[in-house]
Each structure stands twice: as structure tokens, then as C-alpha cells.
Design a protein around this ligand. Structure first.
Ligand code: GUN
Ligand code: ZN
Length: 451
């Protein structure tokens, strides 16, 4: 048993629902969490928990904020090294930046090193759970799952499949996609914290036969997810319409094959029709909102108010490498900016909304709401300790924050991966070889005390 002491912030309910009494920020200035075998057994004022557990080990995380581990619902494994390709719209960016790099993952050693880099970057940003958009090669997927298992992250991912439009070395056939998918599902789905996601790249690069084979793979195992892209860019949407003249809209290209359900997470949805929003709400599918990517590629401003009006669940994705980094704090800030820029059509987002989007919403999108996403008693202890770099602007302004909500606003304005001082999954501290982790280990060694 371990007693964690910190300023503890989380959000259990849904702040987008004004009738949800739990949809407000919970904050304990000097709080405690009792963790046994990775599970939160008690939460409350540190002094009370200390009195109740006088002999337990204490992990002292004062001098910063402890929040639930971040959940990234859309991050591309083979694009770690492609970050920073600016100045192009989606389809040009794919051809010139993303796809040439993705083809390099055919090489197993290359894929292994990218998988390790991804782990470092996710842990370094405080991400504990991710829906990772995979690679086009089954061998590279083995490398990703193995690295995720070693690191301890909760990862849902799968082989990316396409059979048209893309460069030939990224293409497969529906038969091969299904056969390789089955092997990967058998090997990795449900092993520890790993799960499988059937992943057609987008319907623009998939034939009807390929989408049908994806549906077959979904039927192959209980609890498999589906992820893809939708309605990201005007030219993309137009091309999908002309490739699928029999479908009523982009969502229908997936829905026709039974790929739209409550385990479906579709990235972007910047340009949805009302009918698509209606169907997504009805199926309880989720949208991965990727604000820095939408800005970097000029895809557009996310119609959050319309998603909210239809009741479509929205979580955050970094969309590395079109997105400009792994930090869900940065994505939260960019989400806020986007809504401000929409003026009266935007949905004003508070710090509580941003924390919800980066934690609880992602857990719900990935069907992990009973396990993670907040610090309720009974959840696994997945957490990130944000302790500002000494002397940084965040360090300075946080000292002047009058309350937790303002502290959180300052975190979303200023925090970066350099401020991630510790990351836990299932109560176990993660290290993935990043410089941040080194600082963390030192800090914890110094600060950890026992009674
Ligand atoms: N649509 C299809 N593939 C991709 C991708 O890699 N990134 C983004 N942002 N959109 C896509
Ligand atoms: Zn993407």
C-alpha cells in the first residue's frame, strides 16, 4: 500500500452536461490517494489518510499538480519522425511527409527504434493510455505491441490497411489484411493492457472489399476496436464522395460495412453533415478531435457546438505527426483557441472541459471508463505529476493561482512535456528513457519519505 500526497485534480462527470452534478472540477489542495496493487482504495485530505495509515509508504508529490494520466485517442506510431512538416494540406502532406516515412517501417530494426521513440514521447508527455494508429506492416505492429508491453502503457492499436490510392509499398489485399489481422489479434488482443483496433487508413484508400474484410476482423474477437479518419479536409471529402457514389456520406462508407458502433473512434470530423452527427450519436461512436493537426494542415475549425448539440462524444488526439507534438495539454489549449476563433459558433471551453477532454473523455471513448480517467475509488492509479521546471513561467505564475481552476488554466496555458515529472500506470511508475524520466527518478528519490 502506498499513500500519494499532492494537489490532486480530476473530473469524474461530464462538464458538457449542465445537469451532471459531477461535471465540475474536484480539487484537493493537500490531498491523498491510497493505492494498493495499482488500485485507488481511498481518496481524501492527506492529513486524514495519513492518520488512518500511519505506517504506509508515502510518495510526496507536493509542489505540483497530480492529474489522471492523459488519454491520446489518435496518435500515429510511424509518424514520430515526420512531425514538423508544415505548409501543406492533408493529401499533399500525406504524399510528401507521412507516407515516405511510413514506408521505412518495413524494416524491422527501423520500426523497433521508432516504437521505442513513441514510448518515450508518450510517457514524456504524461500519456498513459493511447489509441495508436498503427503501421502498414505486421512486423512493425509486433514491434509496437512489444514496446508498449515493456513500457507498461495502455495501448489499443492495429495494422493499418489500404488497397488503393497510396504508394504501392503501403498497399495490401483484403485477404492478406484479414489473415495478418487475425494473427495479430490472437497474439496481442487482451494481453495485459493491450487491445486490438481494426484500422482502415481512410475510406479513400480502401475498396469495398477491404472495408468488408475489416468488418470480418471485427467479428473475430470480442472487444476489438475500430478506428479511422473522417471528414478531415474538403478535397478528401469530395474524393471520397466520388469514389463511393452509392453512399450517402463519408460516415456511410464505414457504416455500410457495420464499422460504426460504440467501439469506433473516428479522427477529425471537421466537416460533418447533420445526418452523420445524428448517426454517430445514435451509435455512440466517438470523435478524436485533433486541434493542432487541424490547424497545421489548415483542415478547419472543429464544429464542437454541433457535436455537443447532437450528443456525439468527443475526446482529444495529438494526431502526431500532422499534430505538432505529444502533449494533450497543448491539444487542449489549441482546442480552446479553435472555439474562440469560431466566435458565436464556438463552444467556450473552461479548464474543467479541457481536463475532461484530455482524461475522462478519452477513457470513455476507449471503453476504459471503469478503469481509468479519474481518481475515483476503485480506479487504477494512472496518473501524471506536473511539477513546473524551476524558474519557468509556469513555476512563477502557479505560485499566484488563487484556486485549483486557475491553476489548471495556467497549466493549459503554459505546461509542456518538460513539466511532466512522473507518470504511473497501474500504480507503477513508468520510465521510457526520456530526459524527463531521469529528472523524475531523481526527484522522487529525493522526495519519497516514509513514516
Ligand atoms: N487521413 C489518412 N491518413 C492520415 C494521416 O496519416 N493523418 C491525417 N491527419 N489524416 C489522415
Ligand atoms: Zn490521423
Amino acid at each position: 500500500m502506498t499513500l500519494f500526497r499532492s494537489t490532486i485534480l480530476d473530473i469524474v462527470g461530464n462538464p458538457f452536461r449542465s445537469d451532471d452534478p459531477a461535471g465540475t472540477l474536484r480539487a484537493d489542495d493537500d490531498g491523498g490517494l491510497v493505492v494498493t496493487d495499482g488500485v485507488i482504495m481511498a481518496r481524501g485530505p492527506y492529513a486524514r489518510l495519513r492518520a488512518e495509515h500511519p505506517a504506509e509508504e508515502i510518495v510526496d508529490l507536493t509542489g505540483g499538480l497530480l492529474v489522471p494520466g492523459f488519454v491520446d485517442t489518435h496518435v500515429h506510431y510511424p509518424q514520430v519522425r515526420a512531425i514538423g512538416g508544415l505548409g501543406m494540406p492533408l493529401l499533399d502532406w500525406l504524399d510528401r511527409c507521412a507516407l515516405p516515412e511510413e514506408a521505412r517501417l518495413a524494416d524491422v530494426a527501423y520500426a523497433e527504434s521508432v516504437a521505442e521513440e513513441l514510448m518515450s514521447c508518450l510517457v514524456g508527455a504524461g500519456t498513459t493510455t493511447a489509441l495508436v494508429f498503427g503501421a502498414h506492416y505486421a512486423t512493425a505492429m509486433d514491434s509496437l505491441f512489444a514496446a508498449s508491453e515493456r513500457t507498461g502503457l495502455r495501448v489499443t492499436s492495429g495494422l493499418v490497411v489500404s488497397d488503393r490510392i497510396l504508394r504501392p509499398d503501403l498497399l495490401t489485399t483484403p485477404e492478406q489484411a484479414l489473415a495478418e489481422g487475425r494473427v495479430l489479434v490472437d497474439r496481442w488482443h487482451g494481453r495485459g493492457n493491450l487491445r486490438y483496433a481494426v484500422t482502415p487508413r481512410f475510406s479513400l484508400s480502401a475498396s469495398e472489399a477491404m472495408l468488408h474484410s475489416c468488418a470480418e476482423l471485427v467479428g473475430a474477437a470480442e472487444g476489438v476496436f475500430v478506428t479511422s479518419h473522417i471528414n478531415e479536409n474538403g478535397a478528401e471529402v469530395d474524393q471520397v464522395a466520388s469514389h463511393f457514389p452509392a453512399r450517402s456520406h463519408y460516415l456511410d462508407t464505414y457504416d455500410h460495412h457495420g464499422l460504426v458502433g460504440d467501439r469506433t473512434v473516428l479522427a477529425h470530423n471537421v466537416h460533418p453533415t447533420d445526418h452523420e452527427l445524428e448517426v454517430m450519436a445514435d451509435r455512440r461512436s466517438w470523435v478524436a478531435h485533433c486541434p493542432t493537426s487541424n490547424a497545421a494542415l489548415g483542415s478547419g475549425l472543429f464544429p464542437f457546438r454541433r457535436h455537443d448539440a447532437y450528443g456525439v462524444g468527443v475526446a482529444l488526439g495529438s494526431d502526431v505527426g500532422a499534430g505538432t507534438g505529444f502533449s494533450l495539454i497543448k491539444e487542449g489549449l489549441q482546442a480552446y483557441f479553435g472555439q474562440q476563433l469560431l466566435g458565436p459558433d464556438g463552444l467556450p471551453l473552461t479548464p474543467a472541459h479541457l481536463l475532461y477532454l484530455a482524461t475522462r473523455a478519452g477513457a470513455l471513448a476507449l471503453g476504459l471508463g471503469d478503469l481509468v480517467g479519474d481518481f475515483a475509488v476503485g480506479r487504477r492509479f494512472d496518473a501524471v505529476w506536473l511539477r513546473p521546471v524551476p524558474g519557468s513561467a509556469l513555476d512563477i505564475v502557479l505560485r499566484h493561482a488563487p484556486d485549483a481552476s486557475e491553476a489548471l488554466a495556467k497549466v493549459f496555458a503554459l505546461a509542456a512535456p518538460a513539466d511532466v515529472a512522473g507518470v504511473w500506470v497501474d500504480g507503477r511508475q513508468l520510465t521510457a528513457g526520456s530526459p524527463t524520466s531521469t529528472r523524475t527518478r531523481t526527484a522522487l528519490h529525493t522526495l519519497t519519505t516514509t513514516a
